[in-house]
Design a binder for this molecule. Sequence first.
Ligand code: C2E
Ligand code: MG
Ligand code: MG
Length: 635
Amino acid sequence: MTDSDKYKLHIKAHAFIKKRPDQIKGLKPKKIAKLFQKLLVFQEELDLQNKKLRHIQGKLENSCNFFYQLYNSAPVGYMIIQSEGIISQANNTLAELLDMNLDDLRGRLFIDFIAPKEQQLSQARIQDFYRNPDRKNLDLQLRRRNGKTLNVRLRGRLVNWPYPNTDAETSKQLLVIVSDITELKRVEKKFKHQAHHDALTKLPNRLLLSERLNQVLAKARRDGQYSAVLFLDLDNFKTINDSLGHSVGDRLLIEVARRLRRNLRRDDTVARLGGDEFVVLLGNIDKDLHKVASQAHSIAEKVRKTLSEPYQIGNQKLHISASIGISLFSSNNENADDILKQADTAMYQAKTEGRNAFRFYRPEMQSEAQARMVIEQDLRKALDRGEFVHYYQAQVDTLGRIIGAEALLRWQHPNQGLIAPAKFMRVAEETGLIVPIGEMGLQAIFKQFNHWSNSGLGEVIQSLAVNVSLRQVHQRDFSQMVIEKLKDAAIDPQLIKIEITEDLMLTERKLDIDQIMELKTHGLRFSVDDFGTGYASLASLRRLPVDEIKIDRSFIRNVNIEPDDASIVETIIAMAQKLKIDSIAEGVERREQMDFLNSRGCDKYQGNYFSRPLPAQEFTSLLEQGEVRPIGLTH
Ligand code: C2E
Ligand code: MG
Ligand code: MG
C-alpha cells in the first residue's frame, strides 16, 4: 500500500468516526488506532487476493476464448446430443458443413439432418450409435440446406458438459465428432473402380467379370435361363505390338474396346482380361438353348466383322482380326472359371482352324487343349533328348542346278514318328521354346554345312537358308549367338541366308533392327520368307538390308490358272528387279509354274518339282549329283 493509499485510508477512518460516533463510543483512541492498523492489513491482503483473482479470471477467460475459437474452427463438426437425440450444442464447422446457421441446428433432432434416402436405413444404426457411442464409427449421408448430400463419419465420446470440474451442474453427455469424408469416399470409389477395371481401355477386368459371371450364374439358378460367353483373342496383335511399338498397340486395343462396346447392349459385359484377350458376357438370354445359340452366333459374327474392318491409327492403316470362342451355359454345376476356360478352348480352336472366325465350345475340345499341353511337355523333353533334326531342300537355277538349300526343322518323335513344323511350331513360339530349339538347330545346321564344305561339296551348295522366328530375334544376344556359332563352325557368313518373316520386316524395335544390321555387317544375307502374305511394305524393304524375296507358295500354286495370282507374282518379280533384290519362288510343283516364273524373270526356285526336303544323308547324295532334274532348259 502506497503512502497516498494510507493517507486516503486515514481520511476515510476520520469520516467513518464522524459519521458513526456511537459505534466507537467508549473506545480509547489507542484501541481505535490499533483497529485501523488491523483493518489496513486486512485491506492490503484483500487487495492482493483480488488482484490475483482478476489475473486468474483474465487467464481463464483467455483460455475459454481460445478453446471456443478452437472448437468453432476445428476441421471437424462437434455437437452435443441429448438423450432424446436432440442437438443441444454445435460448433460453427458443423453449421458450415450443413450450410446452415447454428440456430438452425440447436434444439433440432439430429435425425432430421440425415439424407432422406438414408433415414430409414439409419434409424436402427443411429439408435445403436447413441447407445454405444464408443464402440464404432458411423458413416452416413447428411443433407445440406441446398438439398445436396454430404458423406460424413460420426465418432462418439461421452463427456462432462458444460465444463468438467466446475460447480455448475454437470452430467455425461454425448459429444459427436462429425468428419466430412467426401474426399475419402471419392478416393475409395476410385480405388474400387481401379481394382475392377482395366486402366487402358476402362473396360471391366477379370475380377469384375467373374463377379458378373457369378451373378449371372446365381440368377440362372433361379430362372433356368442360358447365357453365353464370347472369348476373343486378336489374331495378329502381337506382331503389330512388337513391330510397330506399344503405343500403336495400346491405341489399337482402345479402338477394339470401343468397337466392342458400340456393338453390344448396355447390359452386356465387355471385359478385357489382359493383353489382347477380351470377353463378352451375354447374361441370362433365354431358357431355350437354340435361341441362345442363335443369338450368340449372330453377335459373334457381328463382333468378328466389326473387328476385322481396317483401323486408322495415326497415319497408319492396320488390319487385324479376332478369333472367338463361345461357351453357352446355364447353372448346372458350372463355375465362372470353367466357363471361361471352355470359351478359351473354343477360341483356340477357331485360331487353329484359320483365325478370323468363331467356334462354339464342344466337350471334345478339352482333349485338343490337353493335346496342346502334351505337345508342350513333349517339346521340352525333345530338347533334352535331342529329337530335332533338319531336312534340306534344294534351291535350283533355271537349269536345275543346285545353288543352295533351305534347312527345315523336323521333330523325330519317339512314338509319333517324324513331325512337320506345322504341328508344333505354334506351341514352340507361344511357349518361347523356339529360342533354345532354334539355337541348337543353328549349331547342327552349321555343323552339317561345314561337313559338306570339307567333303568338297562347297562348290555345289553356295548358300544355306535358315529360318528364324521373330521371337528368336527378340533375344538380346541373338546376333552375337549367330556370329559365335558361325565362327565355331568356321563358316563364311556370306554363305548363310537368314529367312525372316514379314512380321520381322515390320519391326520398329531398335534392338531387332540393330541385331539385323550387325549380322549384315558380318556379311550374312537376308531373305523375306512367304513374301506377299503379310504386311511388309516397300518402305520396310528399304529400311532393312534385304537381299532376296521369297515368293510365297500360295501364289505359285495357281499361278498358271488364276490371273490375280499371276499378276501378284509378276508384280513381286518386277518390284524386286527394280529394287535390285533377288527373287526366289517356293512351292514350285510343276513344270509350267517354273516356266511362268522364268518368263517373268524369276530364275531361282524351290519346291517338290525339283526335290522334296530330304534328310542330311540323302541330301548329300543329291549334292554329289549337283543337279536335281535334267530339265534341259536353255536361255
Ligand atoms: P517355309 O520357310 O516357308 O518353308 C517352306 C515350306 O514349304 C516347308 O514346309 C516345305 O516342306 C514346304 N514345301 C517345299 N516345297 C513344297 C512344294 O512344292 N509344295 C508345297 N505345298 N510345300 C512345299 P515345312 O518344312 O513343313 O516348314 C513349314 C514352316 O515351318 C516353314 O515354312 C518355316 O516357316 C517353319 N520352319 C521350318 N523350319 C524352321 C526352323 O528351323 N526354324 C523356324 N523358326 N521355323 C522353321
Ligand atoms: Mg523358309
Ligand atoms: Mg516360305
